[in-house]
Write a protein that binds this ligand. Structure first.
Ligand code: HMG
Length: 389
């Protein structure tokens, strides 16, 4: 059977961040609560001329920028839970910004942090049936809970773009997967709110129970728990430790909790300094693992995707020989090293920036250093453009 999976993977995050020790100091909280309690150091803060659409376009631009990958795809799937319109798919703007062909299917997908995985599986099923297809999947989000809330330290923003093909250069994804869904209210965002509502401690329980159920379903469908590495959805980095303890228990202790440093820790490096990027988070963890650790060819990676509300999926994948040549590790490291640290006051100002909602014109200051930006809002329409125009 034809191997299908990830041929390219690139991520993008805002060029500015706030240190969680500054957030702790402002809120009069012990900074160790964030550093040791949830394993988070910094949090990416979106510029005022940045949204889920521009983050996504900037992630994908990394794949196409050097011209070696043709700007030609059969589908553009856009996964987000912080989309900019109830009707128009963000991917429609992104296709135009990237200069992709117009004879392509574009749609937006939603189920909290899980929807990129739904997009991945839908795309791969089509590629198995028609191996000539090239599908661009982009997951992009800005996580917002509100200033001074318990969720504040678990905000962040980022996007990941993946080119999905047959005979992929990086990761082949297996067909078997373990699934679980339940109708619960652990985290949600009503249409009228620009911040998420969450029952924080309950949400971590739902996450872990969903992982357990996905492991059971994965095994029931014939999946083998034989992984050298695991990547988990990361609302905050320490969630991986909690998840891995559950994984070890559920797999009959065939996995060692002590092996965490060796098999999982490299996947947390980017999250620790970006924060939650909702739909993109699991796949930024995957990029973090591949960029920052020598993973052996043919190593098997377990991937756990979770979206509150809830939906979970456990997948397995095999690393393709020579995968390093297809990575954008250097670009990722450079992007993170060139970010600017904000003061708490600047972060607060960015967080509370007021966007017009009355149809009047609002020209946005140039802040992002990404290739694409939100230039203005006028007559309730968003105007995106290349940053250098
Ligand atoms: P909290 O309730 O304020 O924190 O917020 P806490 O009191 O539970 O403390 C956190 C940990 O830090 C605890 O460790 C403390 O003991 C420790 P644990 O009990 O977990 O082992 N701690 C300290 N450690 C060292 N020194 C100290 C110190 N103080 C405390 N001085 C919470 C934590 C994560 C609940 C909050 O940030 C929150 O509500 N976040 C948003 C929700 C979330 O991230 N949920 C995760 C699962 S749901 C999910 O993943 C889906 C999601 O991505 C959304 C989607 O699907 O769309 C969120």
């Amino acid at each position: 059977m034809v191997r299908v999976g990830i041929d390219r993977i690139a991520f993008y995050t805002s060029n500015q961040f706030v240190a969680l020790k500054d957030v702790a100091e402002h809120n009069q909280i012990d900074p160790d609560k964030f550093a040791l309690g949830i394993w988070q150091e910094n949090m990416a803060v979106a510029s005022v001329d940045e949204d889920a659409v521009t983050l996504a376009a900037n992630a994908a631009e990394t794949i196409f920028a050097d011209g070696s990958i043709a700007r030609q795809v059969d589908q553009l799937l856009f996964a987000t839970e912080s989309g900019v319109d109830q009707s128009k798919a963000g991917g429609v703007y992104i296709r135009r910004l990237l200069g992709l062909n117009q004879n392509c299917r574009v749609v937006e997908l939603k189920q909290a942090c899980y929807s990129a995985t739904a997009g991945l599986q839908m795309a791969l099923a089509q590629i198995r049936a028609n191996p000539s297809l090239r599908i661009l999947l982009i997951a992009s989000d800005i996580a917002r809970y509100g200033l001074g809330t318990p969720g504040e330290a678990t905000q962040g923003c980022g996007a990941v773009a993946m080119l999905l093909t047959a005979n992929p250069s990086i990761l082949a994804i297996d067909e078997v997967a373990g699934l679980h869904s339940d109708d619960v209210m652990d985290f949600w965002r009503p249409n009228y709110s620009d911040t998420a509502l969450v029952d924080g401690k309950y949400s971590t329980k739902v996450y872990l129970n969903t992982l357990k159920a996905c492991i059971a379903d994965y095994q029931a469908r014939g999946g083998e728990l034989e992984f050298q590495h695991l990547c988990y959805h990361l609302p905050f980095s320490r969630m991986a430790e909690k998840a891995h303890k559950t994984f070890c228990r559920e797999s009959g202790n065939r996995y060692q909790v002590e092996a965490f440093e060796q098999n999982i820790a490299a996947g947390l490096i980017y999250n620790r300094t970006i924060g939650n990027s909702y739909t993109a988070s699991l796949y930024i963890a995957l990029a973090s693992l591949l960029d920052n650790q020598e993973v052996e060819a043919n190593a098997r990676i377990g991937l756990f995707s979770f979206g509150s509300g809830c939906m979970g999926e456990l997948m397995s994948a095999t690393v393709v020989a020579g995968y390093r040549d297809a990575l954008y590790s250097k670009a990722h490291h450079q992007m993170l090293s060139e970010r600017t640290q904000m003061t708490y006051a600047d972060y607060e100002a960015a967080f509370t920036y007021g966007y017009v909602v009355d149809g009047s014109e609002q020209v946005l200051p140039k802040q992002t250093t990404g290739a694409y930006r939100l230039a203005k809002i006028d007559q309730h329409q968003r105007h995106y453009e290349p940053t250098n125009c």
